[in-house]
Design a protein around this ligand. Structure first.
Ligand code: DC
Length: 261
């Protein structure tokens, strides 16, 4: 396995890592890119824009856990009841179309909007659902089949560690809890939701703890991941860092470049 040492001199605060680059997908310009990171690290926004620039599909796997949670709440199931969640996962039919602009999600024949998936009720319960091993097994199987065709950027908590540990490029996007909470706080104010920064920070820390302390597939920095700290970066600097890392790691700047990208 060849190791690429990345240098990104014009991009501030990029922590350099190592990545293997021998996968077949690199040669046909259809890499599988895994992006993990904690809540509000920017992995989904940055991953989506980077995928667009590189002409790759994008999947935010968090919406799949949110969809199962929505279904459980819709069916008045107790999300802490492991057996009920297991039954739900077994008969839960999620179909999604993760073309470049994002994913259209249909669960048991009902189309879900981003408002359904981001509701406060789903927010409160999704960590419990994501900790259920039967739910994870069902969703990871779907995520692997979506990755099998290549040409995709997938964002989540366990993508590089569990879903596609042999991804062509693995990244971990990070920032301090305070900066991530400030981003979420600002987003909520911009969407007209009244918010309290201390409350948002407490919720960010709570979700970090749940994600990293759960027994099944906890959030970790995957082996071989490039760690990008977006603490002092704005969106376009973060996208530039991710696109740079993908192009460098795949050694295929032209192979996966979108026209004009
Ligand atoms: O990224 P998000 O906040 O939309 O994720 C929703 C929940 O799903 C959160 O509790 C983390 C969990 N999740 C996970 O466990 N594994 C993934 N690959 C993606 C999300």
């Amino acid at each position: 396995m060849r190791e690429a040492h990345l240098e990104a001199p014009r991009i501030p605060n990029v922590i350099i890592g190592h990545v293997g680059t021998t996968h077949e997908n690199l040669r046909n310009g259809s890499p599988v890119v895994a992006i993990d990171g904690p809540v509000a690290s920017g992995k989904s926004t940055v991953g989506r824009v980077a995928a667009e620039q590189l002409g790759l599909r994008f999947l935010d796997t968090g919406i799949m856990y949110r969809a199962v949670t929505w279904l459980a709440l819709h069916q008045h199931e107790n999300v802490d009841d492991a057996e009920a969640m297991e039954r739900l996962a077994e008969c839960c039919d999620i179909s999604l179309d993760c073309e470049r602009s994002g994913a259209l999600l249909v669960v048991n024949h009902q189309s879900l909007t981003s408002d359904d998936l981001a509701s406060a009720d789903v927010d409160r319960s999704v960590s419990a659902v994501a900790a259920n091993s039967a739910v994870r097994r069902a969703l990871v199987a779907q995520q692997r089949s979506l990755a099998a065709a290549g040409g995709i950027v997938m964002a989540g908590r366990d993508i590089g560690s569990v879903v596609v540990p042999d991804a062509d490029v693995k990244m971990y996007i990070d920032a301090s809890p305070e900066v991530r909470a400030r981003r979420r706080f600002k987003q909520q104010l911009e969407s007209g939701i009244s918010a309290d920064y201390q409350q948002v920070l407490a919720d960010t820390l709570r979700r970090d703890r749940l994600d990293s302390e759960r027994a099944d597939s906890p959030l970790i920095v995957p082996d071989g991941a490039i760690v990008i700290n977006t603490e002092r970066m704005n969106l376009s600097e973060s996208v530039a860092a991710v696109v740079f890392a993908i192009r460098t790691a795949t050694g295929a700047a032209s192979a996966c470049a979108a026209p004009g990208g």
